[in-house]
Design a protein around this ligand. Structure first.
Ligand code: ADP
Length: 393
């Protein structure tokens, strides 16, 4: 069974193609600059890679082009586009719906209903999925929702202290996100530790970031709440914020609610404090003495440690703390700041291993009670597994 897992941007379509009989990654590729006359369409399968540049007006044309490219006998991936069993999507959020779903009008409408809860994610996904459903009806589309892994979170962690019918009738509660990534980290770490009951704190730190507390392979808490704008500061999204600040900032700036929400979703987070979107630029600026860049790092570290402390208490300690995502895997200074002075808790980095690490590896000192790891996540594999399970039902 061959499954293509798609990652959609408003002008891009990236994918990985898996053979799910043995979970082998057959190829990866995609199309960039969709909507332009010269859209590069690339594919890499083993040591063979190809690139074609042509006019790609929309996502349906992009997918057809990728399938045609994958069916090239030189790549040895697909005998024909019809061999594809499904396209899986790492979908973010839908009203009253989670888990893994075959994409149909009901799913698309549930996602649309949360366009303003997940403004960076839902609108481009809904647009592209609707187009693919119409133009490529022969290919089943499967949405694996990021909230699915967090269905096991108990009410005490899930509920906001608001009128309870807001949760019961309207779904206003903490849903949690990055489910595919945290699920992968949960499974892989339990395998490495040879302990299915392991207490794990998964730190997915990247363009968007969240922490997840895991016990017995299940999510027991997520730092993200009702929307992906909550929890830790994100690259340009706010993180946790007091809604009672809204009327004051609206009056002070003469902005509408929509404009202020747009600021919170696009011009806040690390960008809002430092002026930079990317942690690499922030670290460079901080090293050159930029006080706001330094402050953005401090705010981010404080937020991660706040959640880390809460989860260590909740789990009664941790067997492993795992760093993943662009920041988690690549920024040694960030990991070092997050783990600073936690020896008393039994959390101790190996300074040299932390500075030198690449890929999946332990970075804890020999006398650390909690293991510390960096680990590339594999969200696409999780989505492919979930799509396969749904198709086989
Ligand atoms: P996304 O959450 O969008 O999938 P990633 O998980 O790939 O993104 O993380 C992207 C972020 O990772 C970048 O915005 C950048 O801040 C950070 N990053 C990537 N490489 C490094 C690095 N070497 N040092 C510090 N930060 C890095």
């Amino acid at each position: 069974m061959k499954i293509l897992v798609a990652n959609l941007g408003s002008t891009s379509f990236k994918y990985r193609l898996f053979d799910m009989t043995d979970e082998k990654l057959l190829a990866r590729g995609g199309v960039e600059r969709i909507g332009s006359d010269k859209s590069p369409c690339t594919v890499k399968a083993g040591s063979v890679s190809e690139e074609a540049v042509q006019s790609v007006p929309d996502h349906a044309v992009a997918v057809r082009l990728c399938l045609k490219q994958l069916a090239d006998p030189k790549l040895n991936c697909l005998k024909s586009p019809a061999e594809l069993a499904a396209i899986g999507f790492k979908a973010v959020h839908a009203k009253g719906m989670t888990g893994v779903q075959r994409v149909d009008e009901r799913v698309l409408q549930a996602m649309e209903a949360y366009n303003d809860v997940a403004p960076a994610h839902n609108p481009p996904y809904v647009r592209a999925m609707r187009l693919l459903a119409r133009e490529l009806p022969e290919i089943p589309l499967v949405a694996a929702f990021e909230t699915g892994f967090h269905e096991t979170i108990a009410p005490a962690q899930r509920l906001y202290a608001v009128p309870v019918e807001w949760a019961e009738k309207h779904g206003i509660q903490r849903h949690g996100f990055h489910g595919a990534s945290h699920r992968y980290i949960a499974e892989r770490t339990a395998q490495l530790l040879k302990n299915p009951a392991a207490r794990i704190i998964s730190c997915h730190l990247g363009g968007s970031s969240s922490l997840c507390a895991i016990r017995d392979g299940r999510s027991v808490a997520s730092s993200m709440g009702m929307s992906p704008q909550t929890g830790l500061p994100q690259n340009n999204r706010v993180g946790d914020f007091d809604p009672f600040a809204l009327p004051d900032i609206m009056r002070a700036t003469s902005k509408t609610l929509e404009q202020v929400l747009d600021d919170l979703a696009n011009r806040s987070g690390l960008l809002g404090i430092s002026g930079f979107n990317d942690l690499r630029d922030i670290e460079k600026a901080a090293a050159a003495g930029d006080a706001k860049a330094k402050l953005a790092i401090d705010v981010f570290v404080a937020a991660v440690r706040h959640n880390l402390g809460a989860y260590l208490v909740m789990l009664g300690g941790a067997d492993a703390i795992v760093f993943t995502g662009g920041i988690g895997e690549n920024s040694a200074p960030m990991r070092s700041a997050i783990c600073a002075d936690l020896d008393w808790l039994g959390v101790k980095l190996d300074v040299q291993a932390n500075a030198a690490v690449k890929g999946e590896a332990p970075i804890h000192a020999a006398d650390s009670k909690t293991q510390l790891w960096t680990m590339p996540t594999n969200e696409e594999l999780i989505v492919a597994r979930q799509a396969k399970a749904l198709l086989m039902k």
